[in-house]
Design a protein around this ligand. Structure first.
Ligand code: GDP
Ligand code: MG
Length: 136
């Protein structure tokens, strides 16, 4: 079942020089393709759309501030079960709870600064891809 997912390398990953490391893990999965890739800064409107489900939660405002603190790398990744697969590579939201071997488990310590966003379902992927790569 070939799918498309939205991946964001968050500002901490870019600042720490981990773009290649994280993209390399995605690229090395057999059969997955990166079909769009862009370094960009996110404005408030884009972040509000993207993280709308979290609006009103205590971590929302600091999350948006963090996500606009520097450039991110936005990617479209396509391939077999890629939505579930990139979430598995990333590991759970809290990097301390994430297993070593996962991206968050290997490189993160702070819940907010957990290196990577990946769409969590087909519905989220469709919605998020429209925000970041309209017309693709
Ligand atoms: P994800 O799908 O694993 O990225 O997690 P969520 O969709 O639940 O949350 C979105 C992002 O908000 C996470 O990746 C974290 O950067 C941040 N976040 C989520 N929960 C918390 C929390 O309890 N505390 C803080 N500080 N940040 C959080
Ligand atoms: Mg999420």
């Amino acid at each position: 079942m070939s799918q498309r997912t939205l991946v964001l390398l968050k500002p901490d990953a870019v600042r720490r020089g981990l773009i290649g490391e994280v993209i390399g893990r995605i690229e090395r999965k057999a059969g997955w393709q990166i079909t769009a890739l862009e370094l960009r800064e996110l404005d408030q409107d884009t972040l509000e759309q993207h993280y709308g489900e979290h609006k009103g939660k205590p971590f929302y405002e600091p999350l948006v501030a963090f996500m606009s603190s520097g450039p991110v790398v936005a990617l479209v990744v396509e391939g077999e079960r890629v939505i579930e697969g990139v979430r598995a590579l990333a590991g759970p939201t809290d990097p301390i709870a994430a297993a070593p071997g996962s991206i968050r488990g290997d490189y993160g310590t702070i819940v907010r600064e957990n290196l990577i966003h990946a769409s969590d379902s087909e519905e989220s992927a469709a919605r998020e891809l429209k925000i970041f790569f309209p017309g693709r």
